[in-house]
Design a protein around this ligand. Structure first.
Ligand SMILES: CC(C)(COP(=O)(O)OP(=O)(O)OC[C@H]1O[C@@H](n2cnc3c(N)ncnc32)[C@H](O)[C@@H]1OP(=O)(O)O)[C@@H](O)C(=O)NCCC(=O)NCCS
Length: 170
């Protein structure tokens, strides 16, 4: 349920990207991933990495314009990461991020992924959707795959959050 939908001109619509959306996706992500003095909150995504992972993206569009994006990175049979979650500045706080996270959780559940996680500087946002703060070391594949190559490795402000989607059958 969107929090302030009465204030939006039109309701965001879930959309799956085409190659024509790559530049707009990259433009949105880069607003939160450029290397500057302010803390970087998203990993930069090259055009090539967005194209390669295009099938893993979910978009929300308003009047055909992308207002939010998110992608699913599968690290193992059990675990997947919420990646590149971004809502257009000016449209934050309207429930768009929450809706994208819900859609991504649904997709991960359909894939029978047991745990969805993220490394984030906004754990409070994730907690509103049922995630819990957990030790980063719970995701060694992420640390080896991304963190060890990251320029913010020594002054990283991110915390790990995780949500169990499917319980293991004992
Ligand atoms: C973080 C982000 C995705 C949230 O999207 P959003 O559309 O603004 O958030 P929503 O309106 O869906 O908020 C959902 C809930 O989280 C809360 N919330 C959102 N951002 C929050 C924040 N920074 N701190 C605390 N709570 C927050 C909202 O108050 C709302 O609570 P409610 O359900 O009780 O009403 C968005 O602000 C963004 O793109 N930020 C920059 C990039 C980023 O940090 N991405 C996440 C990296 S993993």
């Amino acid at each position: 349920m969107l929090k302030k939908n009465l204030e939006l001109k039109s309701l965001p619509v879930i959309s799956f990207p085409t190659v024509e959306d790559v530049d707009a996706i990259q433009g949105l992500i880069s607003q939160f991933s450029v290397n500057s003095k302010s803390p970087r909150v998203l990993l930069p995504r090259s055009e090539e990495s967005i194209l390669t992972d295009l099938h893993s993206f979910i978009l929300l569009k308003m009047d055909e314009v992308i207002v939010g994006c998110v992608s699913l990175k599968i690290w193992s049979r059990d675990r997947a990461e919420v990646r590149s979650l971004a809502v257009k500045p000016g449209l934050q706080g309207y429930g768009i991020g929450k809706q994208l996270l819900k859609e991504l959780s649904t997709r991960a559940k359909q894939l029978k992924i047991k745990t969805l996680f993220a490394l984030t500087v906004t754990p409070e946002f994730f907690k509103k959707s049922g995630f819990h703060v957990v030790p980063k070391l719970r995701f060694p594949e992420k640390i080896v795959g991304d963190c060890l190559n990251c320029s913010f490795q020594t002054n990283c402000l991110e915390v790990a959050v995780s949500k169990t989607l499917l319980r293991a059958i004992k």
